[in-house]
Design a protein around this ligand. Sequence first.
Ligand SMILES: [Zn+2]
Length: 476
Amino acid sequence: MLFQRLKHSTIRRVPVWLFAATLPMYASADYDNASSFLMVAQLAEDESVEDVVRSEPRRSPADEHQTAGDAQESSAPETGPSTPESEQVVVPITRKIAPNIDLKEVAPLPEPEPESGSEAAPDAELSEDEVLSAQDLSQAGAPSAEQQADAPAEPVLAKSLSLLGKEVLPGTSTRLAWSPQVQIAGLSQTTPVLAVNGVNAGPTLCLTGAVHGDELNGIEIVRRAMYDLDPEKLSGRVIGVPIVNMTGFQQGSRYLPDRRDLNRYFPGRQNGNLADRVAYSLFENVIRHCDMLVDIHTGSLKRTNLPQLRADMNNPEVAEFTRGFDRMAVVHSSGSPGMLRTAAVEAGIRAVTMEAGESLRIQEHQIEAGVNSLNSLMEKQGMISRMFVWGDPEPVYYNSTWVRAEHGGILFSEIDLGDTVSTGEVLGYVADPITNAQYPVRSSSDGRIIGMAVDQVVMAGFAAYHIGTEAEVPGE
Ligand SMILES: [Zn+2]
């Protein structure tokens, strides 16, 4: 577990035999950068964001290729005349239509993702109402010119969602299977992807949990948010990957099997290392379908976080996006290269990291806060209508700084997560278990405790308290 504080670059440079001797030091000495933002980025681990040029969804090259391929293969003649737009409705006759699953019920096992080249395999049993003709699909996919002219105020009907080799029809929800295909083929497990395609057109929101396999609160946040959706009342799509890092999750580990941190490798490379490939597969097959992304994390080992967003507030699109989240502190963090949030924003997707609680735990209060906030976001984006009662009219924005222990010993906190503190206030003590010396740890600024270490053995330099200082939104 001590490896968890190591960055992959360090791992590459340091010979293996050194680890045994240096582990105790690395466990706490990972943060010698004095610059506060660098430290935040290192410690936050889950954020990052670079400038976004625009927030509109972009079609990925993969999508475009697929569209072209489908058109050639299926040559669906019925669709041409009914769609005046140059962008033809994709009627993927060769794709399987995803079974419509009531997400209030227990979802059945997903079918495995088709291997490339085997997509023409015969469909498994489709129920009658799922076998739609191309004509039906095209009508569902795009309103005709008359429909638009006659009823301009009517909601625009949704198109079907092509995802992971399946068609998710409007007004349906389903469970799909993603596989980065890095495992032994015969042992390969697929990773479940939940998809709800609303009857009405709207943006696509993606939710990812457990990119770090030991961060459990996000898994439950995704489940509650998604299984509460009714596709008949949804405008847009919600795609949820509750457990991105399945192998890490099964081992209770933050990392991939090669000890790499997946959240440093996005958007990934097709022919790179293991983490590159997993990242690439997720990014190309799922993330590029999103207009908005909330990547849900927790504090890293033995640190807990107030429910909060990490967002690049220097990016106007992202800053505006954060306004949709009810009762969430928003901490500015420009993030690190390779974070899912960073890569998504660079791909034109509005993205934030949501932090909720502590790793390896299920925390009801944190989960409720996360679900509430996602519901408020979907309402703000016009995706659902639930007469949502907002807690705070505006989110509170923070810059942040870490307070470190100056002595080794056992840390005992005097304050709680979310407390307001002032400069010089004692936040906790480090007690030397041998000499009985007691060293107070004092706040370096006025602010609020947005993250903190749980009581534990620490060494000098250990980042113990994350203090948020209220900030103006840049540009306001
Ligand atoms: Zn994380």
